[in-house]
Design a binder for this molecule. Structure first.
Ligand code: ADP
Ligand code: ADP
Length: 232
């Protein structure tokens, strides 16, 4: 069964007088170990789709599953548990806690969940992300690229069913962005991580296995094994 399944999802914002249909009958499956990018013009529904998949927003109609969990059947407590135990998040703004070291930031979601990371996985993740000599640094002592790699390690550590990445390279120069994308790609290859990434950047999207294009709330096409040229 797929890691993420979106079935006939509609999302309508607003009241009867002022409605915006952000998603129109969207269906999408992401297989386990697959890296999917979502692209589309501003306002096409990318954030809405990702937030609905991640249990950060509710749908108006339709069904979303992450692993064996029916996200659209959950209420507050269940959604909190889903986000805590089954999903990793990477944001454009890194969202690291400034008073904690890199290592403490990486551990934080597991600390909050009262879980201990598998030491072998911790080692692999820290090595893979290339932060061994930065673990005691605080976010302001790290470059943007290093901060985002800390955020990637944090998202990966618990072995989430899926990682949702919202413009992960949006605040990085192209070199730092490429480091982050190579790391995400490697986590798919080496750990079988499933990733769904929203991006504006065709170069970033070319790291994915597939690019899904949204326009006006609908999926209009998809490209497998994209090149940056194909995505442009
Ligand atoms: P994208 O991420 O592709 O830029 P969004 O998912 O943010 O698109 O937005 C899709 C549509 O839904 C847009 O028309 C946007 O204005 C509208 N929208 C998004 N969030 C809200 C909200 N909280 N209330 C009302 N309309 C919203
Ligand atoms: P934007 O798309 O405006 O840049 P973000 O991507 O930073 O915003 O965050 C999107 C939404 O997810 C926000 O409402 C934020 O409060 C929420 N959020 C951020 N981090 C987490 C988290 N770890 N768990 C649950 N919700 C989160």
């Amino acid at each position: 069964s797929p890691a993420v399944r979106v079935e006939n999802v509609w999302k309508v914002y607003g009241s009867a007088e002022a409605q915006v249909t952000a998603l129109r009958d969207v269906s999408l499956e992401v297989a386990g170990g697959e890296f999917t990018a979502i692209m589309g013009p501003s306002g096409s529904g990318k954030s809405t789709l990702m937030h609905c998949m991640a249990g950060l927003d509710t749908v108006t109609r339709g069904t979303i599953m992450v692993g064996r969990t029916t996200v659209t059947g959950l209420r507050d407590k269940g959604l909190t548990r889903l986000r805590r135990d089954h999903i990793g998040f990477i944001f454009q703004q890194f969202n690291l806690l400034p008073t904690l070291t890199a290592e403490e930031n990486i551990w934080l979601p597991m600390t909050i969940a009262g879980r201990r990371p598998d030491p072998a996985r911790l080692d692999r993740v820290i090595d893979a992300v290339g932060l061994r000599d930065r673990l005691k640094h605080r976010p302001h002592q790290l470059s943007g690229g290093q901060q985002q790699r800390v955020a990637c390690a944090r998202a990966l550590l618990a072995g989430p069913e899926v990682i949702f990445a919202d413009e992960p390279t949006g605040n990085l120069d192209s070199r730092a962005g490429a480091d982050v994308l190579r790391f995400l790609r490697a986590s798919v290859r080496d750990l079988g991580q499933t990733i769904v990434m929203v991006t504006h950047d065709p170069v970033a999207a070319a790291y994915a296995d597939r690019v899904v294009f949204l326009a006006d709330g609908s999926i209009i096409t998809e490209i497998w094994e994209p090149s940056a040229e194909a995505v442009l």
